[in-house]
Design a protein around this ligand. Structure first.
Ligand code: SF4
Length: 309
């Protein structure tokens, strides 16, 4: 499948069927921590990057096949999914054929855009990210498209939250000596207090980031977080569990997941090992794909991650 992947295990959503309507990697941010690598299509123009009929046809097949195995249908892109112009129609279609809740994972930059708001109001959960409490840090961390302005984005968050009846969970990516000082966190908390999300999730870069100098904060940060955020969820542990595959074609299924979601080697082995594919056999298949330059490995945090070449 080209636009649908998983279901994959998600820390917050259980088993999530991913819908990815964008070419890799299309975004209006170039975050220093992005796990998808550098933004190759840097745009703030909403567009139908692929015909919606093709995406709808895959959504139909995937939901029919997986309805009993999923907890959420999640729009999450090889970039920023709200850049897909007819996102509203994709969400409407998924709601029509399934009673599973719809989630949209977004950077939140377009929550002030009428078309995006219209689409997202139809969903059940919106998970926007917010990593900075002021324009300067926002530019340093997210490296946004020049047409995006921090205060306007924050106003978009505030207004959207007021009108949205679903769950609104903000995710913060916390990085060592980049946005983890007491002042920076207090600034961010001030903005979050204006927004009033249902939940705050604090994440750390557990997968290889775009910029090598991005690091996981030291554990001592936890007391600072507890003091400033009081109620937050720290989710800095790797996902457990397996992801479902549509076929027994190892290469096809692996590439479809790691295109959007670099995986730890042990997670790949746990998922694909069977009587036919032993651990050693799987490692050999990974090395073969590496030598064919289809995938590449990255050592990060003393673990091997595999990602698209
Ligand atoms: S982390 Fe998300 S918002 Fe940031 S560059 Fe990557 S895809 Fe875009």
């Amino acid at each position: 499948m080209k636009f649908v992947y998983g279901p994959v295990p998600s820390r917050r959503l259980g088993r999530s069927l991913g819908i990815d309507p964008l070419p890799s990697k299309t975004c209006n941010y170039q975050c220093i921590y992005c796990q998808l690598g550098k933004t190759t299509c840097f745009t703030n123009r909403r567009s139908n990057f692929y015909p919606k009929e093709e995406i709808i046809s895959e959504i139909k097949t995937a939901i029919e096949l997986n309805e009993d195995n999923i907890d959420y249908v999640t729009f999450v892109g090889s970039g920023e999914p709200t850049l897909y112009k007819d996102l509203k129609e994709l969400i409407q279609y998924a709601k029509k054929i399934s009673n599973k809740p719809i989630c949209v994972i977004t950077n939140g930059s377009l929550l002030n855009d009428e078309g995006v708001v219209d689409a997202l109001l139809l969903s059940n959960v919106v998970l926007p990210s917010l990593d900075a409490g002021d324009e300067l840090l926002f530019k340093k961390v997210n490296r946004p498209h020049p047409s995006l302005k921090f205060e306007k984005i924050i106003q978009g968050f505030i207004d959207f939250r007021k009108n949205f009846r679903g769950k609104f969970w903000i995710e913060i990516m916390l990085m060592k000596e980049i946005n983890d000082s007491r002042n920076q966190l207090k600034n961010l908390k001030e903005k979050i207090d204006l927004i009033q999300p249902d939940r705050i999730d604090i994440n750390v870069p557990i997968r290889p980031p775009t910029e090598k100098w991005v690091k996981i904060p030291d554990k001592q940060i936890l007391s600072r977080l507890n003091e400033i955020f009081i109620e937050c969820n720290c989710i800095n542990f790797p996902e457990e569990g397996t992801f479902l595959t549509f076929s027994s074609d190892f290469e096809k299924e692996l590439l479809s997941v790691i295109k959007r979601h670099p995986l730890r080697q042990e997670q790949i082995i746990m998922n694909f090992s069977s009587t036919i594919l032993s651990e050693n056999h799987l490692k050999q298949l990974l090395y073969n794909l590496e030598s064919e330059r289809k995938i590449k490995r990255k050592i990060y945090n003393n673990q091997i991650f595999w990602m698209l070449y």
